[in-house]
Design a protein around this ligand. Structure first.
Ligand code: ATP
Length: 720
């Protein structure tokens, strides 16, 4: 292996710290509305909900004590808002449903009272009992979403990552929420940022002798050791369905001494492979930490490991409530296992005390209870930490999000291998949280799909930041971006010898797969036998054999100038600020809508269809046209649909202009995500004339569609 060019660790750390700071500032400013929460108008709240930043129309329905002695509030739809709503707004049991929103498990939110200007008023009226004026002015209490379903949302209160759980101030603020009309507002997630920063600072303090072998490999100070296949043979696979590329990747990851990358293009069974790898490692008595950037990514792994009887523990907020996952969640185990009895009594005492607050008459009585609660919580945390430590020590596999791996539960634990799934969607600094003490690392991902979303992008797109920064700083940041992932960086540092690629995909029809395979994956992808010729007409329910249900690839080419794009209008005000400089194309949206109608008329269930577009502006237009007509249909942005799949996917490309500007579409990885979501049917709507001039990749794609898709030309007159 050729010697890589070494990277200075202190220089890397300094760059990361500065980029992270910029990113944090960008994130905070995008959710800055939260700090003026008390004066947000109903219309703005609705816009915030539509753009994924808020959830309105809530009431507090229950409180209990959760992990870490935190108070967990359950918030349900406000009955006053939901009465008079249609059946669509009710769950199957008739209970009101929360409106559609973008708040997810793990999000940090603040719960506010909707009555305008209430904060100051309460602060004044209630004096000392009403909580500090400072707390009120910035809105209600802050917490982390632990669970969401269509009828309620659960929030664990307390500022995250500071280890203190729910504080006395939080208790007071939560008490104020009872009986009020509430809304939850997403905040910038400080914990992830703080943990990344702490990790970088820790790395900065290390001397050369502190650097592990893995760390030296990761920065090119040495080359990876040769994999030792003799050490691992023979490998007896427990899953008989694994294909050769999956087996090869598993053998390689077992034999590697320090680093192995598993490159999993769309639908190639990356997670499937990781599960077998974990099984093999457990058989070899290894202790494994499995991480991923999101709760969903790691829950997926717990869910799949659970039936295999692997001793696994899920550290952090449990995101799913499937019985198989719950059984392994640290939160549940600290309540139900034998080791948990020492914690139970205190939990009960806290709950009883909490309930007694409502019966108090004076502020003095209440304050006395808050003091008791503080003591009890301290005791709770001490006992719980012992219990948690024992539980984690006993399991061979610990599963956590990347930032969750930096929590106190795993502080004193040592693992033989750290596996990171979806590594190409994680910021590098985030990966270092578990990697700083790792000896051997397996990263799984696909660097040819989208990297993590970065708000600050780079210095150039932040003119303000450029002015603020002094000369040397600018020099450090030149050409570096947070979007460069560890997966990507290691590949360019050490070349493809450190990776194995999975080559059989089990999602797409051959014709849908061919272009991304040829253009991005060196023509190495093969379609599994079961999927390569599957059509919508073969779905296991009744459908009609039409031009659409018997065709895997359709291209509605809008060239000719009758389907022009437009920029989002200024009058959108606040909404515009949230959507950014977005584009839309109403005529093209009509083509999309008509295609969806035709699919549904042919018997395809709306639940089996997704409409995706790179532009939020277009998403709004499409939502207005389609949401009510086909409630089960999924509408989303391309970026938000990464990792997902549907039987049929309609993609709206939007761009159509005389200047041949393609904007967002110039990013291959975005188009790769868009075109690899469907199983049986991909329909592209766009202007081949504009798009083909965007890049050679786009030109090849348009040529491929022209030759291989069922090519159609919409008539603008027909649509109007
Ligand atoms: N060897 C195999 N034989 C048959 N089916 C397989 C095989 N490996 C994976 N699959 C199937 O392929 C699908 C995708 O697998 P999995 O979810 O593990 O993929 P992934 O690569 O993690 O997905 P994504 O593309 O979303 O990252 C699943 O339905 C899985 O059952």
């Amino acid at each position: 292996m050729a010697s890589p060019t070494p990277i200075s660790i202190p220089h890397f750390v300094e760059t990361q710290l500065q980029l992270l700071l910029l990113e944090h500032e960008a994130e905070v400013s995008s959710s800055s509305l939260a700090t003026t929460a008390a004066s947000v108008s109903p219309a703005t709240r609705r816009t915030l909900q539509a753009t994924g930043y808020a959830l309105t129309g809530l009431v507090l329905s229950q409180c209990r004590t959760g992990l870490g002695g935190r108070v967990v509030g359950e918030f349900a739809p406000d009955p006053a808002v939901s009465s008079g709503k249609s059946d669509n707004d009710r769950a199957s049991d008739g209970q009101p449903r929360l409106g559609s929103h973008g708040i997810r498990v793990g999000d940090v939110v603040r719960v506010n009272d909707v009555s305008a200007g209430n904060a100051k008023k309460i602060g004044k009226d209630k004096g000392k009992d009403g909580g500090s004026k400072e707390q009120k002015d910035k809105g209600g209490p802050e917490g982390v979403v632990t669970r969401v379903n269509d009828k309620a949302i659960w929030i664990a209160f307390g500022q995250q990552g500071r280890g203190g759980g729910t504080s006395k101030e939080d208790d007071e603020a939560i008490e104020e929420l009872w009986g009020k009309k509430l809304w939850a507002m997403k905040l910038a997630n400080d914990v992830t940022y703080r943990r990344m920063r702490q990790t970088m600072e820790k790395m900065a303090k290390m001397t050369e002798s502190d650097h592990s072998h893995f760390m030296r490999v990761a920065f090119g100070h040495t080359t990876p050791l040769q994999p030792d296949y003799e050490d691992i043979s023979p490998v007896e696979f427990s899953d008989p369905t694994l294909n050769d590329s999956q087996k090869d990747a598993i053998r390689f990851a077992l034999a590697s001494k320090d680093i192995a990358l598993i490159h999993g293009p769309p639908g190639t069974g990356k997670t499937h492979t990781i599960i077998e790898l974990i099984m093999q490692m457990v058989q070899r008595k290894k202790r494994i930490l499995v991480c991923g950037p999101s709760n969903i990514s790691v829950d997926n792994i717990v869910e799949r490991l659970a039936p295999k009887k692997v001793p696994v523990i899920r550290v952090g907020h449990p995101a799913r409530l499937l019985p198989s996952v719950l059984e392994h969640s640290l939160e549940v185990l600290t309540q139900t296992s034998d080791a948990a009895s020492i914690v139970k009594d205190v939990r009960k005492e806290i709950d009883d005390k909490q309930a007694s607050i409502r019966k108090t008459r004076t502020g003095r009585e209440r304050r006395a209870i808050y003091d008791d609660l503080k003591q009890l919580r301290k005791e709770f945390r001490e006992r719980e930490s012992k219990c948690v430590d024992n539980l984690v020590r006993e399991s061979s596999v610990a599963v956590a999000t990347l930032h969750g791996a930096g929590g106190h539960q795993l502080k004193n634990q040592k693992f033989d291998v750290v596996i990171i799934d979806e590594a190409s969607q994680a910021l590098e600094a985030q990966c270092w949280i578990p990697l700083i003490s790792a000896d051997k690392v397996v990263l799984a991902g696909d660097h040819l799909q989208l990297p993590p979303t970065v708000k600050s992008t780079n210095l150039k797109s932040k003119p303000g930041a450029e002015k603020k920064d002094d000369g040397p700083k600018k020099e450090i940041l030149k050409g570096v971006s947070l979007e460069r992932t560890l997966f990507d960086r290691l590949l360019s540092l050490h070349g493809s010898e450190i990776k194995r690629m999975l080559t059989t995909q089990y999602r797409m029809h051959e014709k849908i797969m061919r272009f991304p395979s040829d253009e991005l994956y060196e023509s190495k992808l093969m379609a599994g036998d079961a999927v390569k010729s599957r059509l919508l007409a073969d779905l296991p329910y009744e459908t009609q054999g039409t031009d659409d249900t018997q065709e895997p690839l359709v291209f509605w080419d809008t060239q000719g100038g009758d389907f022009p794009e437009k920029a989002e209008e200024k009058e959108l005000g606040q909404k515009e600020a949230l959507l950014g400089e977005s584009k839309s194309n109403e005529m093209e949206a009509m083509v999309v809508a008509r295609h969806v109608d035709t699919l549904v008329e042919a018997g395809i269930k709306p639940e089996d269809i997704a409409v995706i577009t790179p532009y939020n502006g277009q998403l709004s237009v499409l939502s207005q046209m389609l949401r009510e007509k086909h409630p089960g249909l999924e509408l989303g942005s391309v970026d938000g649909f990464q990792g997902r799949e549907k039987e049929a996917v309609v993609v709206s490309l939007v761009r159509s202009n005389a200047e041949h500007e393609v904007g967002f579409l110039g990013e291959k990885r975005r188009l790769n995500v868009a075109m690899t979501r469907p199983k049986r049917h991909l329909c592209i709507c766009g202007d081949s004339d504009t798009i083909s001039r965007g890049s050679s990749f786009l030109k090849h794609w348009m040529d491929y569609l022209e030759e291989n898709a069922d090519l159609r030309y919409p008539d603008a007159g027909d649509l109007l």
